[in-house]
Design a protein around this ligand. Structure first.
Ligand code: SAH
Length: 215
C-alpha cells in the first residue's frame, strides 16, 4: 500500500529491523506493507514508525517494531499455517501475521481494543483474521490445533491449555517472568517432545487471566 508513511516505514524496516539481524524476507516484506500508523491513535501517528512501543487504549501498549519482527520471525511461518495470538491489542501484530500465514485467530480481554482492532482489519481488508473477546490463557479450543502461538503479554508461566492446543510440529513464543521483566521464551513441539529456549530480556504488559496474573 502506498501512503504518506511509506518512506518512514521502509526506513523503519531497514534501520531498526534488518540492521538488527532480522533476515526472513517475508517478515521484512510484511512489515514494509502493514500501515502501522493506522493501529495507533491520531495524535501518535507521527511516531508510529519510531523505535519504541506506544500507548494504546486501556493502559496497554503496541510493541516496538523490532520486537514484533523478532517474535514473528521466531514462528518461522511459510504461508500455510493457522496461528493463534493472545492479546489483540491494537491489532498490529495480528495484521503482520496475517500477511504471512493462512489464518490468524486472536483473543483479547478488553472490548474497546477488540472493537477498534476489528475496524482496522476491515478497513485494510485483512479478512483472514478472526478476533474475539475471551481469556486467552484458555486458548481457543474449537479452532485448535495451531501451528504457531504468540502471546503478546507477559505471564508467570506458559498457560498449559496453549501447550495442548499447539500442533506437532508447532512453535510458541511468549514473554515469561514477573510483572516488571520477562524473558522471551520459545517452546517447540516436535515428535511429541517439548523443548524450550530462553532468548532475550523483554518488558510486556500483564497477561491477566486464569493462567496469568490475577486482575
Ligand atoms: N499484540 C498487541 C499488543 C497488545 S498489548 C498489538 O500488536 O498491539 C497486550 C494485550 O494483551 C492487551 O491488549 C491486553 O488487554 C491483552 N491481554 C492481557 N491478558 C489477556 C488475556 N488473558 N486474554 C486476552 N488478551 C489479554
Amino acid at each position: 500500500m502506498s501512503d504518506r508513511y511509506q518512506l518512514p516505514r521502509e526506513e523503519m524496516v531497514a534501520t531498526q529491523i534488518r540492521a538488527r539481524g532480522i533476515l526472513d524476507e517475508r517478515v521484512l516484506a510484511a512489515m514494509r506493507q502493514v500501515p502501522r500508523h493506522l493501529f495507533v491513535d491520531g495524535p501518535l501517528r507521527a511516531q508510529a514508525y519510531d523505535d519504541y512501543p506506544l500507548p494504546i487504549a486501556g493502559g496497554q501498549t503496541i510493541s516496538q517494531p523490532y520486537i514484533v519482527a523478532c517474535m514473528t520471525e521466531l514462528l518461522r511461518l511459510t504461508g500455510d499455517e493457522t496461528v493463534l495470538e493472545i492479546g489483540t491489542g491494537s491489532g498490529y501484530q495480528a495484521a503482520v501475521l496475517s500477511r504471512l500465514c493462512r489464518q490468524v485467530y486472536s483473543l483479547e480481554r478488553l472490548n474497546s481494543l477488540l472493537t477498534q482492532a476489528r475496524k482496522v482489519f476491515v478497513t485494510l481488508a485483512y479478512f483472514n483474521i478472526t478476533a474475539r473477546l475471551a481469556d486467552g490463557t484458555l486458548g481457543w479450543p474449537e479452532a485448535a490445533p495451531f501451528d504457531a502461538i504468540i502471546v503478546t503479554a507477559g505471564g508467570p508461566e506458559i498457560p498449559p491449555p496453549l501447550i495442548s492446543q499447539l500442533a506437532d510440529p508447532g512453535r510458541l513464543v511468549m514473554p515469561v517472568g514477573d510483572q516488571n521483566q520477562q524473558q522471551l521464551c520459545l517452546l517447540s513441539k516436535r515428535d511429541g517432545r517439548i523443548t524450550t529456549e530462553i532468548l532475550a530480556g523483554v518488558r510486556f504488559v500483564d497477561l491477566i487471566g486464569t493462567h496469568g496474573w490475577k486482575n
